[in-house]
Design a protein around this ligand. Structure first.
Ligand SMILES: [Zn+2]
Length: 638
């Protein structure tokens, strides 16, 4: 796999990436613009309202100044009408998302927006500040709080609320709470387990795929990354986590924090497995977390995740209307801009709810009529009454991939047609496809014909077969890259655009050479040991293990944990609080993890950091049986 790559790379740089916009793309974007509700300027009003102050520097850096984690000037290109390389609806959306600064929502409620992919909401209590969702990185959160304090005064942070278990809503917490003593940290029930575990077991595949979804390798620009659809981009600073001191366990629970009354609605298994909305009844402000933003959200996020429940999502929006609708004057959320006016908020939530309900119900109706996922994706479109609203558009999730997610939730990947039950893997099918078409030149000619006609979806299928049959075919790679770029330029969804452009870039240049992102000490420290042993289990390589067997005890004294571990039949099995007949490995957990991650177990044993008692020789070769997966594995080539 690697060798083929290196050969292909030699040729790749001979064909420079071109930003040429085809007539078909030009026509598509022009036609798309005709369908958009330009007269509706409500979002422009809402996104600008209450602007209080901008940050006084262009960049936010790490504490030691060595690295930029956020650059306010990166999106300065978002001026004027849409260029030909950007879908006009996405261009408008990006312009609105890029507004950065401190915004006054009401007398007591402020927001930091445009400092990260998410928003930080700040409530002015009787004596201090309550921070909701402290962004992704400690650096951006600290900068946002510093800006807010210039307006609000140098008040202490008395409480933090996490709306849900995704990193962009808690990762910056140590930036606003350097010293957690006495600070109340409030989160929905089961927050910790989901915050630390959602990305563990499939983490490598998810982060590689997330590079595509968020376009992390793409420079922002008219030919590059164009936001992530729900916010600009995820900042790249220090990810932190302080565990909650209080869990919200049921809808209807109320709290008074620093004189501010809060009523909670739990919304588990919507946008996140642990999530909640809440009302500040004294201010008439509803904080709706990430359950309703300025875009259709993902029912199945393309980076990979467990599929979400569109029906439950709609049902909780119905409930929030009943619980808080008539007491709400302003709605804020954790991405994008607020909505002002009780009638407008209620109208927004009802319309947005209907979009998810329509997506779910019509997908299931067609499924029961015998249509399969690709056929459903081709025909489920929101009715005009819903698609005429900007906030129901697919800047993040789309009707296309969300309808397939609904299908997957009920039916799985199989469409019931046995011709699709056991297809050949891509490279093998590619070889046969090329042979059936009469050779590589014929396939390339068909790809070119489809490209010239603007039939990009077919061109991509044809050329993908050729690239998987022969990744050294440079002409095929370049034409496929050009095809992906045209589809990117037409995409209303920011993440579809990011995925197409990432594919094009890697077809031209190969996968990135980035090193692994630094681990968050807080997140690793908070991960239960059982999840770490699960991760070890899925890294076991049966070929390297061969017919060897291991049995040992693992003891982490500082956590009072012990596990019996056996490895045989290509499987690692562990049991808590059990003992097996074999040596005992005793170590601080952090040292053990570090040694496993860096394959330096032998060194750690020699240095005495890890102690082994009894039958050390029976552990020989143990360090070699686990994979260290490639963080930049190939996606668009075999
Ligand atoms: Zn988020």
């Amino acid at each position: 796999m690697r060798a083929i790559w290196a050969a292909a790379l030699l040729f790749a740089f001979t064909g420079a990436a071109s930003a040429q916009v085809s007539d078909a793309t030009r026509a598509s974007n022009a036609a798309f613009a005709q369908t958009l509700p330009w007269a509706d300027r409500e979002d422009e009003d809402f996104a600008a309202r209450g602007f209080a102050a901008a940050y006084d520097q262009q960049q936010i850096r790490t504490a030691d100044g060595s690295r930029v984690v956020w650059d306010f000037s990166a999106y300065n290109f978002l001026q004027g009408p849409a260029p030909e390389t950007v879908n006009p609806s996405l261009w408008r959306h990006a312009q609105l998302l890029a507004r950065a600064g401190l915004f006054r929502v009401t007398d007591r409620v402020y927001q930091i927006r445009g400092f990260d992919v998410s928003n930080m909401t700040i409530i002015v209590g009787d004596t201090g500040l309550i921070v909701v969702d402290p962004l992704s990185s400690a650096e951006t959160a600290a900068a946002g709080l510093a800006l807010a304090r210039r307006t609000l005064g140098d008040k202490p942070v008395v409480a933090v609320i996490y709306t849900h278990s995704h990193l962009d809503h808690f990762g910056g917490v140590r930036g606003v709470v350097p010293n957690p003593a006495g600070v109340e940290i409030i989160a929905p029930d089961h927050f910790m387990e989901h915050a630390v575990t959602e990305n563990v077991i499939a983490g490598n595949a998810m982060s590689r795929r997330a590079q595509y979804q968020f376009g992390t390798g793409l420079p922002p620009g008219p030919e590059g990354q164009m936001t992530s659809g729900i916010g600009i981009a995820v900042s790249s600073g220090t990810f932190t986590l302080i565990p909650p001191t209080r869990s919200i366990t049921h809808t209807g629970e109320t709290l008074t924090i620093d004189g501010v009354r809060i009523e909670f609605q739990l919304t588990p298994d919507t946008e996140a497995p642990a999530e909640m909305n809440f009302l500040f009844p004294d201010f008439g402000v509803l904080l709706i977390a990430e359950n309703a933003t300025a875009s259709m959200h993902n029912i199945l996020t393309p980076r990979g995740a467990l599929v979400r429940d569109a029906k439950a999502w709609a049902d909780y929006l119905t409930e929030v209307l009943r619980l808080y609708g008539d007491r709400t004057q302003v709605m804020v959320n954790s991405h994008a801009w607020p909505r002002f006016g009780g009638d407008r908020v209620r109208d927004f939530i009802a319309s947005h709810r209907d979009a998810y309900k329509y997506l779910h119900d019509q997908t299931v109706r067609l499924m029961n009529a015998g249509y399969t996922d690709r056929e459903i994706a081709e025909q489920v479109r929101l009715p005009a009454s819903l698609s005429a609203r900007w906030f129901n558009h697919g800047y993040y999730g789309t009707m296309m991939h969300n309808s397939r997610a609904v299908y997957q939730r009920y039916m799985g990947w199989y469409d019931a047609n046995p011709a699709n039950l056991n297809p050949l893997p891509p490279a093998e099918e590619g070889v046969r496809f090329v042979r059936a078409m009469g050779g590589e030149d014929r396939v390339l000619a068909e790809g070119q014909r489809a490209f010239d006609e603007g039939d990009y979806r077919w061109a991509a299928r044809v050329l993908n077969n050729l690239v998987f049959a022969n990744p050294n075919n440079t002409a095929a790679r370049q034409l496929l890259a050009r095809t992906h770029r045209q589809m990117a330029y037409q995409s209303e969804s920011a993440i579809w655009r990011n995925m197409y452009l990432s594919a094009a870039r890697e077809l031209d240049q190969g996968p990135p050479q980035r090193s692994l992102p630094t681990q968050s000490a807080d997140l690793v420290g908070a991960t239960p040991t059982s999840y770490i042993l699960d991760l070890l289990s899925v890294r076991l390589n049966p070929e390297r293990l061969g017919d060897r067997q291991y049995a040992f005890n693992l003891v982490f004294p500082e956590r009072n944990e012990r596990f019996a571990v056996t490895i045989r039949n290509g499987v690692l099995v562990y049991e808590r609080d059990q003992t097996v007949d074999g040596p005992t490995i005793t170590s601080p957990r952090a040292v053990f993890l570090q040694a496993m991650a860096t394959q330096s177990m032998a060194r750690a044993v020699l240095s005495g950091q890890i102690r082994i008692q009894g039958g050390r020789r029976s552990l020989e070769g143990l360090g070699e049986v686990f994979d260290n997966p490639d963080p930049n594995f190939p996606i668009v080539t075999p």
